[in-house]
Write a protein that binds this ligand. Structure first.
Ligand SMILES: *Cc1c(COP(=O)(O)O)cnc(C)c1O
Length: 426
């Protein structure tokens, strides 16, 4: 039987059982990809689509003043969440743009000082592809490897720095494996060496305490749609003192945002981002405790019910809502098909026609098969314990069923060492 046929059978069989109370399908547990907007954020945004629709750059009438006041309030709300000042917040269309502006902006502004940039292998594509682009323009980029637990080594970072290094870009928390890098130590090291430090803070801001002063961060990217705000709006924090960081602008126009990012501001979106930050600041402590408990509960359920499962990423330096687990000896595609009414992410990335194993999991040293059999659970503000139970139980049932059909699993259970087998070529 093909994996496809088997997966379909599973779905049909499962759909006949009634759902537990409070669980609705499809079920969303992919909050690293995006989040549902918090109704309080939507409520804050609504007036700015119709009644208060002025252009924040219109300095000569009340419509403009009201819009500008709303934008400045949002700047304060964002700044407060990350320990910055309002003037240091530059609005963008999202974190992809913020990362581009930070990295290209520094590279171009400081190219007389040096042409070397340091980043890491497990960054988001918005950082990696930007660095690759700069390599084509003559910059040299070091991609630090991570240790098997996903953390970079500070010694590696230190060793990679040269007198040509102008920028270090290391993400705060990883979007696949939830690992939180030693940001304060990296920031300290960068400042000692006079190197600008950028961090992609998308997954961390609003989830764990972030402070650009205490952690010596010079540039920080964030985006609204990962913190229960709207899509298409983000910000870049740009340090103004000790040191004052300058950027070459990437979009030219009316000179908005202190010349760093021209274009009419997305006022409703910015209001939403501000409100999302305000709520996150107020509720972070309780929310992070709740999500950590749910996450650990889910992990324990898997570990108690199944053998040959393991977590990916250091669990002591970890985002509250993230759980990335490998279900070894299960074929990844069949696993996803067996749970196709649940929105999670797999350890596979669809690139054109082929299914590639995740480069983040591969960087941890996972083999292709194990990477494919990995699932990222992204728990968020609106997930409940009933949902966690449903997802975990369904996944466990599916893994058990698939393993019953797996000759590899059979062999392992019989004590055969798979590494010693000579497979026939095909
Ligand atoms: C989602 C994400 C981005 C991209 O943000 P957009 O606002 O969608 O462009 C960048 N970095 C990380 C770590 C992310 O998770």
């Amino acid at each position: 039987m093909s994996a496809q046929a088997f997966g379909t059978d599973l779905i049909v069989a499962e759909s006949k059982t009634p759902l537990p109370e409070g669980v609705h399908l499809p079920l969303y547990m992919d909050n690293h990809a995006t989040t549902s907007m918090d109704p309080r954020v939507l409520e804050a945004m609504l007036p700015y689509f119709t009644g208060v629709y002025g252009n924040a750059a219109s300095r000569n009438h009340a419509f403009g003043w009201e819009a500008e006041a709303a934008v400045e309030k949002a700047r304060e709300q964002i700044a407060k969440l990350i320990g910055a000042t309002a003037k240091e917040i530059i609005f963008t269309s999202g974190a992809t743009e913020s990362n581009n502006l930070a990295i290209k902006g520094v590279a171009q502004m400081y190219k007389e000082r040096g042409n070397h940039i340091i980043t890491q292998a497990t960054e988001h594509k918005a950082v990696l592809d930007t660095c690759k682009r700069l390599e084509k323009e003559g910059f040299e980029v070091t991609y630090l490897q991570v240790q098997p637990d996903g953390l970079i080594s500070l010694d590696d970072l230190k060793a990679a720095m040269t007198d040509k290094t102008i920028l270090v870009s290391i993400m705060y928390a990883n979007n696949e494996i939830g690992v939180i890098q030693p940001i304060a130590e990296i920031g300290k090291l960068c400042h000692e060496k006079n190197v600008i430090f950028h961090t992609d803070g998308v997954q961390a801001v609003g989830k764990v305490p972030v402070n650009v002063q205490a952690e010596n961060i010079d540039l920080l990217s964030l985006t609204a749609h990962k913190i229960y705000g709207p899509k298409g709006v983000g910000a870049l924090y740009v340090r103004r003192r000790n040191p004052r960081v300058q950027l070459t602008e990437q979009i030219n126009g009316g000179g908005h945002e202190r010349g760093m990012r021209s274009g009419t501001l997305n006022v409703p979106g910015i209001v939403g981002l501000g409100k999302a930050c305000e709520i996150a600041g107020e509720e972070m402590e309780a929310e992070s405790k709740r999500l950590t408990e749910l996450r650990d509960y889910m992990k324990a359920k898997f570990e108690n019910a199944l053998d040959y499962v393991h977590v990916n990423g250091n669990m002591d330096h970890h985002l509250p809502g993230n759980l990335n687990m490998s279900f070894v000896y299960v074929e990844g595609e069949s696993l996803l098909m067996g749970i196709n009414d649940i929105a999670v992410s797999s350890g596979s990335a669809c690139t054109s026609a082929t299914l590639e194993p995740s480069y983040v999991l591969k960087a941890l040293g996972l083999g292709d098969d194990v990477a494919h059999s990995s699932i990222r659970f992204g728990l968020g503000r609106f997930n409940t314990k009933a949902e966690v139970d449903y997802v975990a139980d369904k996944l466990i049932t599916t893994v058990i069923k698939l393993r019953e059909l797996s000759p590899l699993y059979e062999m392992v259970k019989e004590g055969i060492d798979l590494s010693k087998i000579e497979w026939a070529a095909h």
